[in-house]
Design a protein around this ligand. Structure first.
Ligand SMILES: [Fe+2]
Length: 357
């Protein structure tokens, strides 16, 4: 039986005057009766505060530039508009479990070297010849590239081109904050020393080989950059030589090649292809996720019945999907979707669930 059709696990007792007086006296001793809060602590199914929301890139992009003009050059390294979910007002989060923002870096601009315990990913939306240096390796960006910034790893950004660069940041900030493990600091110098040439991590770890003595599985992928062309080539190949999944079309996960696990220990990342006219079967899973439309257009419905939200999506739009809500895409034009979710954490904790219908 579907868990959503089972009877409530617990029914809240009636609040009598005597009970209320007792509860009030408990409160003065920093105590609370479990039977009054049981349902909130043990809901029969996930009750995320996250709402389905779509950010239209055509609307966000000019605001990003407008915001950038309000900042001084010294402040310019923080040209980020946070994707703030309307269900999580004031918490600066895109979903209950994910921080996301769109970052603008103008020609010639530089963001100082820093690090934080929250792990980050960049997904490049527009611009070229800008780099994020991760642990001293410059990762040059092109649209559609996915770049890993592992927890507590020095990183800095510089735009060496004549055009602005915009990327999507997704971080595990809520998890790290919840765990009380949030630390951050700037490097003493503006720039962390370049330690290896660009492309080093891919050649060192990403060719189905790795150096003898390398300690596997100690953190995020040692490969920092996953170029779009490289990933899309795999999807193109599978288009002709694989079965289409009814719920996902063609969907590939970015992995740490040295472990087979997710590229970032706390964030799962995917690239997905939906051909023109393809409609996915409704699907839900416990992780929340952020979807970035790389190309294509169509319609997506999140949720079911009276609370369902339907959006028309286009290139570069961004979508927040709450935990345990059905999602169904209908591709008007062939669509390529990047997505990031907290699935990696759910799987590690043994709480991941999905429903394919
Ligand atoms: Fe950072």
């Amino acid at each position: 039986m579907d868990s959503t059709t089972t009877a409530p696990f617990f029914v809240k007792p009636e609040l009598t005057p005597e009970r209320k007086d007792f509860y009030d006296r408990l409160a003065t001793r920093n105590l609370a009766p479990l039977w009054e809060v049981f349902a909130a602590l043990f809901p029969p199914q996930p009750a995320p505060q996250t709402q389905p929301v779509l950010w239209r890139y055509d609307e966000v992009r000019p605001l990003l530039f407008e915001g950038g003009q309000l900042l001084t050059p010294r402040e310019a390294e923080r040209r980020v508009l946070v994707l703030e979910n309307p269900g999580l007002k004031g918490r600066h989060l895109a979903t209950d479990a994910l921080y996301a923002g769109l970052q603008l870096i103008m020609p010639g601009e530089f963001a100082r070297a820093h690090r934080h315990t929250a792990a980050a990913l960049r997904f490049i939306v527009e611009g070229e010849n800008t780099y994020t240096a991760v642990a001293g390796e410059r990762c040059y960006m092109r649209p559609g590239d996915f770049i890993v910034t592992p927890s507590w790893t020095w990183h800095e950004h510089r735009n060496e081109s004549g055009e602005p660069t915009i990327w999507l940041d997704v971080l595990d900030v809520p998890l790290i904050r919840f765990l009380g493990a949030g630390f951050s600091e700037h490097y003493p110098e503006p720039q962390y020393p370049a330690s290896v040439p660009p492309g080093d991590s891919h050649l060192r770890y990403g060719r189905n080989l790795f150096p003898v003595g390398f300690a596997r599985g100690t953190g995020a992928s040692p490969v920092f950059s996953y170029p779009f062309d490289y990933a899309y080539e795999a999807l193109e190949h599978l288009r002709e030589h694989s079965e289409w999944d009814a719920c996902h079309g063609l969907k590939m996960e970015y992995i740490d090649p040295t472990t087979g696990g997710p590229a970032i220990p706390t964030l799962s990342t995917f690239l997905q292809l939906l051909p023109k006219g393809f409609a996915t079967a409704p699907y839900r899973a416990t992780p929340s996720c952020i979807v970035a439309v790389v190309r294509g257009s169509g319609r997506v419905t999140v949720g079911r019945g009276a609370v369902a939200a339907t959006f028309d999506y286009g290139p570069k739009d961004l979508l927040a999907v709450p935990s345990w809500q059905h999602v169904a895409f209908s591709a008007t034009e062939e669509s390529v979707l990047f997505s990031a979710s907290d699935e990696a954490v759910h799987r590690k904790l043994g709480v991941w669930r999905e429903q394919r219908s």
